[in-house]
Design a protein around this ligand. Structure first.
Ligand SMILES: [Fe+2]
Ligand SMILES: [Fe+2]
Length: 177
């Protein structure tokens, strides 16, 4: 059985992941409205990843015999001034999530829960890639500036991203291939 203080912190992280999913879905809808189908796809894959993070944390709580707590999911922003504004928001948001996960890892360490620490460290390490990806696309958009042709070239690249379940062997998440 996991300590209640850690179970609650994980429940709050589930909420943060589901909020992230919701935010990326809103961004994907915004990209659709702009006719940027590649960006729409990239952000939708991001939505899928965040949903799976939430489910994976949820399954961990059940495995540790804890009842997940449910918190309200905040309404995300739904409009941005430009593609670069979207990716600046992504970068800001991922840096915030990294801080939450670092706090969660610190708490697991303080509570001497090594299994939870190890579990959370997967997320901490994953954030390096998350932040790097957002940063890379943000920088490309900065270089592109007002060049519509180059924006469409980048958009075509973003169309190639596909969702890969990061937890294929756990079997913990029904319905996620
Ligand atoms: Fe996540
Ligand atoms: Fe993320």
């Amino acid at each position: 059985m996991i300590k209640p203080v850690l179970a609650d912190a994980i429940s709050k992280q589930i909420n943060a992941e589901l909020y992230s999913a919701y935010l990326y879905l809103a961004m994907s809808a915004w990209a659709d409205a702009q006719g940027l189908d590649g960006m729409k796809n990239w952000l939708y894959v991001q939505y899928q990843e965040e949903s799976v993070h939430g489910l994976h944390l949820y399954a961990y709580l059940l495995d540790r015999d804890a009842a997940p707590a449910f918190y309200p999911i905040e309404k995300p922003e739904t409009s941005w001034d430009s593609p670069i504004a979207v990716f600046e928001h992504v970068a800001r948001h991922e840096a915030h999530v990294t801080a939450l996960l670092n706090d969660l890892a610190t708490l697991a360490m303080q509570e001497k829960d090594h299994a939870t620490y190890q579990f959370v460290m997967w997320y901490v390490n994953e954030q390096v890639e998350e932040e790097a990806n957002a940063d890379k696309i943000g920088k490309r958009l900065g270089l592109i500036g007002d060049n519509k042709g180059q924006l469409l070239t980048l958009d075509a690249e973003l169309a190639a991203r596909t969702f890969v379940n990061p937890f294929p062997t756990t079997g913990a998440i029904p319905g996620v291939a």
